[in-house]
Design a protein around this ligand. Structure first.
Ligand SMILES: [Zn+2]
Length: 227
């Protein structure tokens, strides 16, 4: 129990720091130097993903590395994707009869959505959690929708950046707390089956991937450390 509450406390602290950092970047760096802000936000996302992996005792490997590299490279791939969207999607949307005034915003929304789905897929690789994937895609859809409804006032951009990182960091911390608790009990985080001593990295009951370190022996006394 002691361990569980320590993990939950750590998760809350990481989440608060992530929200504060996202707010600071969106408020001070984004209006001055958007390019630098994208780099900083990517590194921030990588940092709280890494913190979530550490809390959950995520096993190192390619599927842990890929989401970290993807997040860290956000400042590199996002401007390329934005240019691609402006060059390729905007004319395509114009041909489809989209209003001229909204072309750039529609192209950006399309790029954001595609980037969000990719990010969700990457974090799914890292967490094996479909909830994390769904949260990332839904949050990105809301942010993409916000770029359409308001004509990109600085206030909406600020709110969208903070909301996205607060939501994604929150989803990752929720996953990490649950995964750490399940690993401590020797349970599959997806179905709750006892998987102590299971050697392969797949739950025998529900076939979900096991991405966190498990105790080798059955843990019969989970509250032992509480004393
Ligand atoms: Zn299972």
């Amino acid at each position: 129990m002691q361990l569980t509450s320590t993990i939950v406390r750590s998760a809350v602290v990481v989440w608060l720091l992530a929200v504060l950092a996202a707010t600071a970047i969106a408020h001070w760096i984004l209006p001055e130097d958007p390019h630098a802000a994208l780099f900083a936000l990517g590194l921030l996302c990588m940092t709280y993903t890494l913190a979530a992996f550490a809390l959950a005792r995520r096993i190192p490997g390619p599927t842990a590395l890929m989401p970290l590299a993807w997040a860290a490279a956000f400042g590199m791939w996002m401007p390329i994707a934005q240019d691609y969207g402006a060059d390729q999607f905007a004319p395509m949307l114009a041909n489809m009869g989209a209003p001229e005034a909204l072309l750039q915003q529609l192209a950006l929304a399309t790029v954001l959505l595609a980037g969000g789905i990719m990010t969700g897929a990457m974090l799914y690789l890292g967490t094996a959690s479909s909830a994390v994937f769904v949260h990332v895609v839904v949050l990105t859809a809301l942010v993409a929708g916000a770029t359409l409804s308001h004509h990109e006032t600085p206030g909406t951009t600020l709110a969208a950046v903070i909301a996205w990182h607060a939501g994604v960091a929150g989803s990752l911390m929720r996953w990490a707390s649950h995964a750490a608790w399940a690993a401590k009990q020797g349970l599959c985080p997806a179905c709750g089956e006892d998987i102590t001593g299971v050697r392969d990295r797949v739950c025998p009951a529900c076939k979900a991937a096991i991405v966190t370190a498990m105790p080798a022996k059955p843990n019969t006394q989970p509250a032992k450390r509480a004393a």
